[in-house]
Write a protein that binds this ligand. Structure first.
Ligand code: NAP
Ligand code: G4F
Length: 344
């Protein structure tokens, strides 16, 4: 089996590539040219599978449909997982057109290439619980109406709907995975969970003093990314192309996440957190809680990692990272990144 993954350099790109490589797939990843190396998450997979020609990377961009078409024609994969996106909700308010275009042009470029090259190629679209808008405290499932609250979510709603249109119009095996927040030690450092666990690691090591956050009262349904990519794969093996929710069915506030993370190293979060207006969003998604009973019963998808285990895994990994940073900072080989105003 051959898979093409967009967004291969991201958090999910790593976990999905690893899963498929371990299953014996030949994995092709789409990467963007960057002035600095952007493959740090997948370097270990490149070392392990690159030389055997099982893991190959290709320069392209979701904003370049001609290049996407050429890539799909050349690779001729069995499955395409479209994970690429400007995935930071707050940044999408600053950078709305790019954020929307990446989802819109990317999904349409791939689906239309499948239609013209080979309609047997299966397609996975990375849809998001952000599409629901989170205005009320209800349990959200595949039938809940979308009320997007950010440019990011609007772009994702388009990609979700066009996936259904291509499925119904051209008989393409195209599915939407509506995934609720999923995290890991490889989560981008400006998402709230990782921002918190990075701070815990550094504060514990004496190389950071405070942590600035925005809205502590938002509720999120947080799971482990490693569990969620298994669901993506299962969706493409199911007998019919459908839409699926993956969630834990448990929701916690940002404050609860911080409280738990700091308590793992014996600290009280209230002594370290400052509220900074700049991390408030123009429009907030207040409450997300998903119902994945359909995926559990039909796909046999299982949650293997609890909230407690997830927070502990991230904190432990970030303590180790901060240990290494502390040594490099002492030797003058590293600038403390927490002073970066974009993250602080
Ligand atoms: P992530 O870590 O931010 O990774 C995003 C990936 O998209 C990166 O590889 C990035 O490349 C790539 N990308 C961005 N713009 C691109 C473009 N124009 N052309 C090609 N590639 C581009 O995101 P993630 O957490 O792994 O999430 C994977 C997908 O699931 C995303 O579509 C996200 O919106 C969606 N999703 C995520 C969650 C979650 O909680 N993690 C929940 C629901 C849905 P660079 O490395 O070059 O920046
Ligand atoms: O970690 P976040 O930035 O994730 P958010 O906005 O829920 O989006 C993530 O999950 C979506 C699935 O629902 C994905 F589609 C999307 O791509 C991304 O992966 O923020 C979580 C909550 C928000 O309510 C935010 O306002 O945390 C709040 N928050 C409070 N202080 C903060 C901060 N978020 C960030 N990033 N940084 C803060 O300082």
């Amino acid at each position: 089996m051959k898979a093409l993954i967009t967004g291969v350099t991201g958090q999910d790109g790593y976990y999905l590539s690893k899963l498929l490589l371990e299953k014996g797939y030949e994995v092709h990843g789409l990467i963007r040219r960057s002035s600095t190396f952007n493959t740090s998450r997948i370097d270990s997979l490149i070392s392990q599978y690159g030389e055997k020609n099982k893991f190959k990377l290709h320069y392209s961009d979701l904003l370049d449909p001609a290049s996407i078409y050429a890539l799909i024609e050349k690779i001729h994969p069995d499955e395409i997982y479209n994970l690429g996106a400007q995935s930071h909700v707050a940044v999408s308010f600053k950078n709305p057109l790019f954020s929307v275009q990446t989802s819109v042009t990317g999904s349409l470029a791939i689906l239309d290439s499948i239609k013209n090259i080979d309609r047997n190629i299966k397609y996975y679209q990375a849809s998001s619980s952000e599409m629901y808008g989170g205005a009320s405290k209800t349990l959200l499932n595949e039938n809940t109406v979308f009320e997007p609250k950010s440019p990011y979510a609007v772009g994702k709603v388009f990609a979700h709907e066009i996936t259904k249109v291509y499925r119904e119009s051209y008989d393409i095996f195209a599915v939407n995975g509506i995934l609720f927040n999923h995290e890991s030690p490889l989560r981008g450092e400006t998402f709230v969970t990782r921002k918190i666990t990075r701070a815990v690691g550094r504060i514990h090591n004496g190389i950071q003093k405070k942590l600035s956050l925005g809205n502590l009262d938002a509720f999120r349904d947080w799971g482990f990314a490693g569990d969620y990519v298994k669901g993506m794969h299962l969706m493409l093996q199911y007998k019919d192309p459908e839409d699926w929710v993956l969630a834990t069915g448990e929701t916690h506030t940002v404050k609860e996440f911080a409280e738990k993370a700091f308590s793992i190293v014996g600290l009280n979060f209230e002594d370290y957190i400052e509220i900074d207006e700049k991390f408030q969003r123009p429009n907030e998604v207040h409450h997300l809680l998903g119902d994945s009973s359909k995926a559990k019963s039909a796909l046999g998808w299982k949650l293997e990692t609890s909230f407690e285990e997830l927070v502990r895994m991230m904190v432990n990994s970030d303590i180790e990272l901060a240990n290494k940073e502390k040594i490099l900072i002492k030797e003058g080989l590293l600038e403390p990144t927490w002073s970066n105003p974009l993250i602080k």
